[in-house]
Ligand binder design. Sequence first.
Ligand code: CIZ
Ligand code: SF4
Length: 320
Amino acid sequence: DAERDAAIERIKRLLIEKDAVLVAHYYTDNDIQALAEATGGCVADSLEMARFGNQHPASTLLVAGVKFMGETAKILTPEKKVIMPTLEATCSLDIGCDADEFSQFCDQHPDRTVVVYANTSAAVKARADWVVTSSIALDVVDHLDSEGEKILWAPDKHLGGYVAKQTGADMLLWQGACIVHDEFKSNALRQLKIEHPEAAILVHPESPESVVDMADAVGSTSQLIKASQELDNETFIVATDRGIFYKMQQLSPTKTFIEAPTGGQGATCRSCAHCPWMAMNGLLAIEEALLDGTGREVFVDESIRQKALVPLNRMLNFQV
Ligand code: CIZ
Ligand code: SF4
């Protein structure tokens, strides 16, 4: 509509005026992803977001995603101004892994190499030996396992369990979960697969094991997008946040993408897999972030930043 188009035009001007670039996650709303693409920003998973922000010359990074993504950008590029549409957008994995409790857990297992998922606070990263995203988790853990390391993993129990199963590594798991992916249900998925026997099933490994076990491809958002292009199927059932359909449909306009079901028996929900925190990144909030100098700026305590930078750089420099 006209109001939306006017807002988009204002944001485009503001991005230039403020020397800012929009770095958006695949789970944000379609409008935001389209705007990032149209303005020379990026649409990516959290690993690629980190790499992009790190190498882009703009003096301000506008990070549309959730808090840990803004913090990661600030940790990597403290000289840049990092703003977010809202500082309230968090993540159930981050919330479920308190830094003090986590630190005690690590203290109890000093023999283990600490590997944390990117979906954690800066303070949790500061306690880690390695940070990984789901794109790189298998490769990093495989490498550590080959060196004989035992691993303490946090926070996502499903992703950790999947990585342990795939690599055979000795992994002690923190018991966190993503409120979006944890809701995918294998019974309802089996039913849906009967209705669409020709469909390939794509699953993000933050989902329960019973759902991962049914997958034709398991992987991070970028890996699932790749699978949606490369597999010959014309129909896909996708178990991850529905924000990802924007990119899948754009890359394969003739293919059909169906949301994997969430919710229990009798209450199957087929349009519910959308992160409430990602959804807070609206056009209005983006415009306000660009206008309002410091209210939505991300800061990370300098001593935490320096500690968190070490495992983050290990991830960015890791070569398979
Ligand atoms: O679930 C998330 O928040 C994901 C997939 C983040 C990421 O690594 O892109
Ligand atoms: Fe966190 Fe899940 Fe939302 Fe990703 S989708 S930000 S893991 S709550």
